[in-house]
Design a protein. Sequence first.
Length: 348
Amino acid sequence: MELNLKSAALKHLMVHYVGSKNNLEPLHISEAALELSEEALEAIGGSFLNRFSNAVEWFRFHHPNSLQFNQVYQYVLDTFTNRENFEANSGAIARHLYESSTHPKVKAGELYIGIFEGLPVEGRMHRAIGLFKTENKALFLQTAVQGGTVAVEMEEGAELGKMDKGCLIINNNGDDGFDVLLFDNQGRGEEAIYWKEQFLGVAAQKTEYHHTNHLLTLTKQFITGPMEEEFGLERKDQIELLHKSLEYFKHKEAFDINEFQQEVFTDEGHIESFRSFGSQYVSQHEVDIADSFAISPQAVKKQTRIYKSVLKLDKNFHIYIHGNTDLIERGIDEDGRKFYKIYYQEEA
């Protein structure tokens, strides 16, 4: 989906303070939107939207029973329909975040809720609602000329370009839960899940990125897990299979499950084990992965970072392998010491 964030303009902004309910911290809800100049709104809005510049995975609001039970979805839907309800719905969203902040590691912070206009999506202009939360503060030095000296004061505040959590909800595909982008500095752990699952209640859209990312993840887990346990796969052979898997995704435009299995695993026993593991993965993570789909280059690029082909030998050596594993031999000498023999043409 094509998205140009630079042309969107922040028009209305409210700020609330949301403490940790678990830690008995307070909740302070503002009654009205901030009165800011156009220059201030432009600077704040641009900094907020820049946090989504690298977002490639799309989400949508969901609920196991019905979207009408997803609170944030309902408040956002009403705000898109009735602008005059922005202040009331903004406060309700802040209350819902407070009720969702029950994990002991959840940090207190300001919740910024803004309305953006003029966001082009696939040739049409849309409105959007942004939710941003600060959890970490930075120290700033303020200077001022006083007489013949420059006075310095230290202040604590949030950096505009370093919001900890964010959600951009675009007024598109509303009946299906809207198109949603996320970022979260926390990334992992229960204290991060509360923002995505307990508060927002969003699920990944089944896009090319979704399918590519999950297929590469389950393949890596299979090669470094069950294949080693069931077939005694050595680390060198694991690296070869990881390399073949990644090369498939790098050089193909579309994925086909049967073709992938035959080209990467070849052995019928390995293929059957891969199918079994795939079924377990889908069930465990509650995701759907198509048997064929267009490959997402963004997902492949992301996974390349974790598909590192590294032989870790005690604490002395790390051998990075980028290609032909036939140039490596593994053995044991007369004294029982393990070794690898590496063949090469020239030093780089």
